[in-house]
Design a protein around this ligand. Structure first.
Ligand SMILES: *Cc1c(COP(=O)(O)O)cnc(C)c1O
Length: 393
C-alpha cells in the first residue's frame, strides 16, 4: 500500500513509537503480534460475524436525494450512525477486544473524552465478560453525565482524572500510567488512529471496513467503484481513515478531511490542527499538533467533543504534507446549521462531529455527475441538548 505504514512504523516523516521505556514491553508485544493475529482466519471469521450480527453491518450507503438536489451532485451517506452504540467507534472496539483476548489479556483500559469511545469499549467488554476501566477527565464526567451512567450500567468502572485541565489529555495520561503498572494482564484500547505504532495502523485496518463496503455499494448503485470525492470529519482521524482507506491508492479520488475550527481558526478557540499546528510528538507518535512556541500542547476547543483534540493521527499528517488529501475546517456555527439542514432535508439528525463534514458541501462546487461519499460517522442523539440550546427548540 503506497500510503501505508512502513516496517519501522512511519508514514513519511510521521508516526513511530515515542514512549517511556516502561511501556516498551507492552507496545513491542503488540507490534510483534498484531498482524499475525488480525490476519488469522479464525480472527477474521469472528470479527466479521460480530460486525454483521452485533453491530448491524454492512451499514447502508444511502443516496441522499434532497442533499443531492441542493448541492448539484450525487451525494451518498455512509451510514455509520446506524451502528450499534451510534457511531463508527464500535468497529475498532470489537477489533481490539478480539485481539486482546488472543493476547491472553484479562483486563481492558481506555480513555474517553465525550464518552463515546468509553461506551463502545464498555459495550464490547460486557459482550466478552472482561473487566473494563475507563479513565475520564473529572470535568468531562460532569459535562457528559449520561455517558458515564451508560458505561456504569454496562459494568465498567469509570475513574476520574483529576490532574491538569481534567479533560481528555489528562485521562490519557492516567490510562498510560495504569498500563505501565499492569503490563502483563491489561490491554489499552485507544479510540482513534493516534498513539504509538502499531495503534494508528491497527485502528485504520479495523475501520477500513467502511470504505471496503462503500466501494462495493457504490458500484452496485452507480456502476462505478470510484467516486469523485470522499469526505469525513477528523478528530484523531479514525472515521476519516476508515472512509479513505480503500480509495487511497486511487489518485483520482479526491479526499477531503474536515477539522473543527471552533469559534474560528484565529479565535484562540479552535481545533483546526493542520491550520494551527506544527510537527511534534503527541501521545506517542510524531505528527502535527497544536503547540506553543516552546512545545506545550495547546488546549483545543470545539463544540463537538469528538473533534476537540489538539492533534491528528500520523497518517493524516502525512497525507496532509504530501497533499494526497485536502484538510479544511468548519466552525461551530456552520456545523450546527448543517446538522439542522440534514435533519430537515433528509430526516437524519447527525452527530455534531459529522455535521462538520456535511457543512463543507456549502463551500464546494460540483459537476452534476460527480459522486460524493460522506462518512456519516455518528447519530445526533448525544448532541440533542447542544442543538436544543443553540436553536431554541
Ligand atoms: C469520536 C467521533 C469522531 C471523531 O473521531 P475520529 O477518530 O476522528 O473519527 C467523529 N464522529 C463521531 C460520531 C464520533 O463519535
Amino acid at each position: 500500500m503506497k500510503y501505508g505504514v512502513n516496517e519501522k512504523g512511519y508514514y513519511g516523516d510521521f508516526g513511530g513509537a515515542y514512549i517511556p521505556e516502561m511501556l516498551y514491553p507492552n507496545v513491542e508485544e503488540l507490534r510483534e503480534q498484531y498482524l499475525k493475529i488480525i490476519n488469522d482466519a479464525d480472527f477474521i471469521a469472528e470479527f466479521d460475524q460480530l460486525l454483521k450480527d452485533y453491530v448491524g453491518r454492512p451499514s447502508p450507503l444511502y443516496h441522499a436525494k434532497r442533499f443531492s438536489e441542493k448541492y448539484g451532485a450525487n451525494i451518498f451517506f455512509k451510514r455509520e450512525d446506524l451502528n450499534h452504540t451510534g457511531s463508527h467507534k464500535i468497529n475498532n472496539a470489537i477489533g481490539q477486544i478480539l485481539l486482546a483476548i488472543r493476547l491472553g489479556k484479562k483486563r481492558i483500559i481506555a480513555e474517553t473524552g465525550a464518552g463515546q469511545h468509553g461506551v463502545a469499549t464498555a459495550t464490547v467488554c460486557a459482550l466478552k465478560g472482561i473487566e473494563c476501566v475507563v479513565y475520564m477527565g473529572a470535568v468531562d464526567m460532569e459535562r457528559q453525565a449520561p455517558n458515564v451512567s451508560r458505561m456504569k450500567m454496562l459494568g465498567a468502572k469509570v475513574v476520574p482524572a483529576t490532574s491538569g485541565s481534567k479533560t481528555l489529555k489528562d485521562a490519557t495520561n492516567e490510562a498510560l500510567r495504569d498500563w505501565i503498572g499492569n503490563p502483563v494482564d491489561t490491554h489499552y484500547i485507544i479510540g482513534s488512529v493516534v498513539g504509538p505504532y502499531p495503534y494508528p495502523d491497527m485502528v485504520a485496518r479495523f475501520q477500513s471496513v467502511i470504505s471496503a463496503e462503500a466501494k462495493k455499494q457504490l458500484f452496485e448503485q452507480t456502476g462505478k467503484e470510484l467516486p469523485e470525492y470522499v469526505m469525513a470529519c477528523v478528530g484523531g482521524g479514525s472515521n476519516a481513515m476508515g472512509m479513505f482507506y480503500h480509495f487511497l491508492d486511487d489518485e483520482k479520488v479526491k479526499l477531503v478531511a474536515v477539522e473543527a475550527a471552533g469559534k474560528g481558526v484565529d479565535s484562540g478557540h479552535s481545533a483546526a490542527t493542520t491550520f494551527l499546528g506544527r510537527e511534534g510528538v503527541l501521545h506517542g507518535s510524531r505528527t502535527i499538533l497544536m503547540q506553543t512556541d516552546d512545545g506545550q500542547v495547546v488546549e483545543p476547543y470545539s463544540i463537538s467533543a469528538g473533534l476537540d483534540y489538539p492533534g491528528i493521527g500520523p497518517q493524516h499528517a502525512h497525507l496532509y504534507k504530501i497533499n494526497r488529501a485536502q484538510y479544511v475546517s468548519i466552525t461551530d456555527d456552520e456545523a450546527l446549521q448543517a446538522g439542522l439542514l440534514c435533519s430537515q432535508l433528509e430526516g437524519i439528525i447527525p452527530a455534531i462531529e459529522t455535521a462538520h463534514a456535511l457543512a463543507y458541501l456549502e463551500k464546494m462546487t460540483f459537476n452534476p455527475d460527480d459522486n460524493v461519499v460522506i462518512c456519516l460517522s455518528g447519530r445526533g442523539d448525544k448532541d440533542l441538548d447542544t442543538y436544543i440550546k443553540y436553536f431554541g427548540y
